[in-house]
Design a protein around this ligand. Sequence first.
Ligand SMILES: C[S@@+](CC[C@H](N)C(=O)[O-])C[C@H]1O[C@@H](n2cnc3c(N)ncnc32)[C@H](O)[C@@H]1O
Length: 199
Amino acid sequence: MANSRRDKADSYTQKAHKEGYPARSVYKLEEIQKTNRIMKPGDTVLDVGAAPGSWTLFVHREILKGKGQIIAVDLNPLNLNPIPPTVIAYQGDAFSKEIREKLTSHGQYDAIISDAAPMTTGNRSVDTSRSEWLAEQVVMLADEQLKKHGNLVIKIFQGGGQETILKDLRTKYTKARTSKPQACRSDSFETYLIGLDKK
Ligand SMILES: C[S@@+](CC[C@H](N)C(=O)[O-])C[C@H]1O[C@@H](n2cnc3c(N)ncnc32)[C@H](O)[C@@H]1O
């Protein structure tokens, strides 16, 4: 079972390469989008932790199709050449004062998607608490910058404050749930929190 999931994971990497995506993570968003209809053409989307850029490219190619805008932010530059015309990219800490001002200037957003993850240390409790902190920051960003009826996707490492954050999302969104896409590696402890239809 573990082997067959790993084989599938490897096939995702090959598929991403063939389809011109810089990372296999694109298939996680594809699955989340298919099940939850997070975004639609014409939307203004904020992608937090966007580098190297697979999610951003997927939203540009497969969802917006030229109609709408993606604001992509990461500590690292996007590895997309050229940067698609619907994309405005910022490099820096998404939660710093300087970058937040820039993100606010393009808001409010129809959808906020975050695949942001800390640099892992191998110490599970350190890694999960850093991931929890990032997820909480994204929830606060969405409190301010996501439109009413907007949708939210946030990565979090399992074992952190996932249940507490989910409980909070249930008070702020009509529907809130967790989702672990098939494309996640079998040995990965990441999962995604979904908030649909902000109240
Ligand atoms: C798993 S990668 C994202 C992959 C991306 N979704 C894709 O499909 O190409 C996680 C990213 O989160 C970014 N990140 C972590 N903390 C951040 C922060 N405070 N501000 C902006 N980006 C951050 C990292 O630099 C890293 O590039």
